[in-house]
Design a protein around this ligand. Structure first.
Ligand code: NI
Length: 186
């Protein structure tokens, strides 16, 4: 068991794109275990490798709730191959302790990735569920994109950042999302 330090917003490496994993080696398996340990200790539902200072394309999620059995899922070299619809939701991130703000997300996604044994799989997550949103959030981390880049109100997001002693929203990172705006009737 190894709980790693989670990098906070403002750390430059969180903005760097991550590299593909070429082999699911024992080193990668240890990384995955460390990521689950770190995520569970912090009561997170997802964690991406760059958040613990490893810029590799790996993320883990567990969207089980309450007294449901744990549902750990691993995504290595993930690719979102289909995304449709739109939803608004309050989101947070372990790299932004206690800070939540409203963001735009696709409602339905299809993702392909390798599992912890290096075996390819395709998965669909629909209806704007926590899992559907979590996959998009964690996948973004691998490209240096953070949830506040999807904010619906940058001034509100800035206020939340200030309240939590986090750096302000990076205006040049805000995403232009005409497809989502159209779906949301904005
Ligand atoms: Ni995050």
């Amino acid at each position: 068991m190894a709980v790693k330090k989670i990098l906070e917003y403002g750390t430059p490496s969180l903005r760097e794109p991550s590299k593909e994993v070429h082999k699911v080696s024992s080193k990668i398996k240890t990384l995955i275990q460390d990521m689950f340990d770190t995520m569970y200790v912090n009561n997170g539902v997802g964690l991406a490798a760059p958040q613990i200072g490893v810029n590799l394309r790996v993320f883990v999620v567990d969207c089980s709730s309450g007294d449901e059995p744990l549902k750990p899922m691993v995504f290595i070299n993930p690719k979102i191959i289909k995304k449709t619809g739109a939803v608004l939701s309050q989101e947070g991130c372990l790299s932004f302790p206690e800070a939540y703000t409203e963001v735009k997300r696709y409602k339905d996604v299809m993702v392909k990735a390798l599992d912890r044994n290096g075996k390819p799989f395709v998965m669909e997550a629909k209806d704007g569920t926590l899992l559907a949103r979590c996959i998009q959030h964690e996948n973004d981390h691998l490209d240096g994109i953070l949830f506040i880049d999807h904010t619906t109100n940058r001034f509100e997001a800035d206020k939340v950042m200030a309240e939590h002693n986090l750096p302000p929203v990076e205006v040049d990172r805000l995403l232009d999302e005409p497809e989502l705006d159209k779906e949301l009737g904005k």
